[in-house]
Each structure stands twice: as C-alpha cells, then as structure tokens.
Design a protein around this ligand. Structure first.
Ligand code: DX5
Ligand code: ZN
Length: 216
C-alpha cells in the first residue's frame, strides 16, 4: 500500500494544529515538513521550532525535507525537534559531508533520507543508497508549492526503483511536487510508494477520499 504525506507548506500557518489534525482525521499517517533557508532554495519556510510545535500536537510520522545549505550544521537540532525521517539534498554539500550528515542522523535514532533535484541524475545517489531509509525524487524545482508536475522525471524514478531493488529493497521511494489524483498514477507505476501532496491535499473538498485514492 502507498503512503500519503500531506505537505504542511500548503496548510494555514495560523491554524497549523487544526490543519495537521484534519490530515490525521482524513486518515493520513505521515506529514511532510519542508524546511527552506533562502540560500539553497529561493524561499524561506520554517525551522526546527515548527517541527517541535507540530510534534507536540500530532502523533503522525514526521517526514522532514531539508532544503538548506550544508545541512550537517543543523541535523542534531531537527532530530531533537522530533523528526522521524530527516532528508538532505545530495546537492547541498560535498559527498563527504552528506555521508557524515546521514551517519549523524542515524546516530540520533532518526531515519536518514536523501533527495535529488530535477537536474541531478539518479547516479548521484548511488554512494548513499545503502545508508538511507528514504529516497526522494523531486518532480518540481524545490522552493515552492503549487508548481506543475514534471512528468519527465519518471525515467529517473524508475531507475532509482531498480537501483533500490538491488541495493536496499526496504527503502521508501518518495515523490514530491505537483502530485494530485492524476499524476499519482504515473508515480506509482514508476515505483514510488510515498507520495507528498501539498496544494492538492489542502485544497480538496474531501480529504478522506483523497487520502484513500492516493493510498490504494
Ligand atoms: C517544494 C516542496 C514540496 C511542496 C509540494 O519545494 O518540497 O513538498 O510542498 O507542494 P505541491 O504538492 O503543492 O506541489
Ligand atoms: Zn518537500
């Protein structure tokens, strides 16, 4: 069964507790939290205090997506804030420092993940596949919600599914950006089992039906 991870970037920040409770009531088991620093991506969202605040009011699995430069500087803080999965961009530091960040996340008892931007090939993830519990494929340029799904990322998704089948079959394969009830079909066909949805989830009139359809 697939897993839906509603992205709180599309929630009402003034009503965060209400919105994450709505997601749980709709049957969602994960929440996706997008952290942006205004340097790695041209937008700023929130930091560890928001993760801590959501942790206080929600029992859901917190899937934290770091879009920050040199994330090793902050992984301890995000782990202590209550992340369950903590994902870093392969493009955000040297391979050596990314490796160290993944180890550090694991030492904190949190599940490490690695993510690729649209222009980064699948091969860039090869050295990290055995170390992670989640691989994330971006289907938009990271930075903003509500963008158009990039269908041409599907060959890369499929390639990563094949690489994971060989090297780490238990690892989750997640897609993020422009996922809705239409585009989700392609994502699943190409091997994704965790689907992030921001605007499509928070804008739908029936969140429970949306969750069910994504997860079926
Ligand atoms: C974009 C973020 C996404 C975003 C997805 O940088 O990583 O998680 O919230 O939003 P939608 O589903 O609206 O494309
Ligand atoms: Zn994200």
């Amino acid at each position: 069964m697939a897993i839906l991870a509603p992205s709180v970037l599309a929630a009402d920040f003034a009503n965060m507790e209400r919105d994450v409770t709505r997601a749980a009531d709709a049957g969602a088991k994960w929440l996706h939290l997008d952290v942006m620093d205004g340097i790695f991506v041209p937008n700023i969202s929130f930091g560890p205090d928001m993760v801590k605040a959501i942790r206080r009011v929600s029992p859901l699995v917190l899937d934290v997506h770091l879009m920050i430069d040199r994330p090793i500087r902050y992984v301890d803080q995000f782990c202590q804030a209550g992340a369950d999965y903590l994902t870093v961009h392969v493009e955000s530091d040297t391979a050596e420092n990314i490796m160290a960040a993944l180890d550090r996340i694991r030492q904190n008892g949190v599940k490490p993940g690695i993510v690729v931007k649209p222009n980064t090939p699948a091969e860039a993830l090869k050295p990290f596949l055995k170390k992670v519990d989640l691989v994330l494929v971006m289907t938009v340029e990271p930075g903003f919600g509500g963008q158009k799904f990039m269908g041409h990322m599907m060959p890369k998704l499929k390639q990563l599914r094949q690489m994971l089948d060989q090297e780490n079959p238990q690892c989750h394969l997640e897609v993020d950006g422009g996922v809705d009830l239409e585009t989700v079909k392609l994502c699943k066909e190409n091997g994704a089992n965790v689907l992030v949805a921001g605007s499509a989830f928070f804008k739908t009139a029936d969140m429970a039906a949306f969750t069910k359809e994504i997860e079926q």
